[in-house]
Write a protein that binds this ligand. Structure first.
Ligand code: UT7
Length: 325
């Protein structure tokens, strides 16, 4: 049997210039570099400059991904941006990216699944490609979580950062078995009963304000390892693969302890895990494409490697994508 596979052809990322080390928080809050590193693994993060918005970060990441793919904007027929911190209530960041890149054909839209946003976007882009709706899709995660922080809440404001990552997903022929390159299986989940564990206390209809992020960190942590391991196994099962066949886990970068706990539950050593949380903090929907791009630039992925991405975030929403590089 032959089939269409959505294959990652290129990756790119952009991080705002300003790097904020943990020590900067200790100047104004009752916190320390020691606490932040030991509880989260985060050492520094990037914050966007005044006047720098998710669409700006996304355009730079997309430009880098196109260059990495050896393509131009004219080759793209769909743009999907995963974000919870869009420039405007509407239009979508994706249409601003389209315009910024000079793309005038095809379609563009945003996806909002918070920290799981990129996994949801990748799954949706894959579905569009397999349904014949698009040949080449720019799938981007772009966030400025620094704009929804309560700077007096030490339990959250030290954890998040800004940035963008992008991949070019391209339709390529496959044999239809799990030795194909490209996306092999996706597993998506949401459960709105857990809304209160991680949410923003504002919004265009409720308050007319963006609001600030609120999190019951310990509770989210408790759900994270269990649900991430379950969704990773589910995606692998759908592809007829086992965890011991995974070459690389590219996890959502929220907390090094969650990343380690999930890898342990999957029975994989940390040598097989891409970790960028120390340098980026939690960039929500941008964290996985950022990690993919950083690792790809370091030459970590070889053609044929089995790559597993997994993420959980507000909603709660969580999921995993199994793909072959
Ligand atoms: O990306 C979306 C998904 N989000 C996540 O995956 C985040 C999941 N949660 C976490 O990563 C962790 O729960 C945190 C890093 C947020 C917190 O780590 P924890 O080990 O769960 O700490 P905790 O919340 O249980 O807090 C321990 C103590 C508390 O003090 P008491 O009650 O023990 O006296 C906090 O008040 O640490 C205190 N604390 C801090 N101390 C110094 C909280 N924030 C800070 C801080 N500096 N920044």
């Amino acid at each position: 049997m032959t089939t269409t596979r959505p294959v990652i052809r290129g990756t790119g990322h952009y991080l705002p210039e300003r790097v904020v080390p943990n020590s900067e928080f200790a100047e104004s809050l009752d916190t320390s570099d020691d606490w932040i590193v030991s509880r989260s693994g985060i050492e520094r993060r990037h914050f966007a400059a005044e006047g720098e918005y998710p669409s700006d970060l996304a355009i730079k990441a997309a430009t880098a991904a196109l260059e990495n793919a050896g393509l131009t904007a004219a080759d793209i027929d769909a743009v999907i941006v995963a974000t919870s911190t869009p420039d405007y209530t509407f239009p979508a960041v994706a249409t601003q990216v389209q315009a910024g890149l000079g793309i005038t054909k095809g379609f563009a839209f945003d996806i909002q699944a918070v920290c799981a946003g990129f996994v949801f976007a990748l799954a949706n882009a894959s579905g569009l490609i397999m349904a014949g709706q698009a040949q080449r899709v720019l799938v981007i995660g772009a966030e400025t979580f620094s704009r929804i922080m309560d700077w007096n809440d030490r339990a959250t404001c030290v954890l998040f950062g800004d940035g963008a990552g992008a991949v070019v997903l391209e339709a390529q022929p496959g044999a239809g078995d799990n030795s194909d390159r490209g996306v092999l299986a996706c597993d998506l989940n949401s459960d709105g009963r857990y809304r209160d564990l991680l949410y923003v206390d504002g919004g265009v209809s409720r308050t007319g304000q963006a609001g600030a992020l609120r999190m019951q960190g310990r509770e989210v942590f408790r759900h994270a390892v269990e649900k991430l391991a379950a969704t990773a196994h589910a995606a692998l099962d759908k592809a007829g693969l086992r965890a011991d066949q995974v070459d690389w886990i590219v996890p959502h970068q929220a907390n090094l302890r969650i990343i380690k706990g999930t890898a342990q539950k999957l029975g994989l050593p940390m040598d097989n895990v891409i970790v960028t949380v120390q340098d980026h903090g939690n960039t929500s929907a941008a964290s996985i494409p950022l990690a993919l791009s950083v690792a790809n630039a370091q030459g970590k992925f070889k053609p044929g490697d089995l790559v597993l991405t997994e993420a959980i975030g507000g909603g709660l929403s969580w999921g995993a994508v199994a793909l072959r590089w």
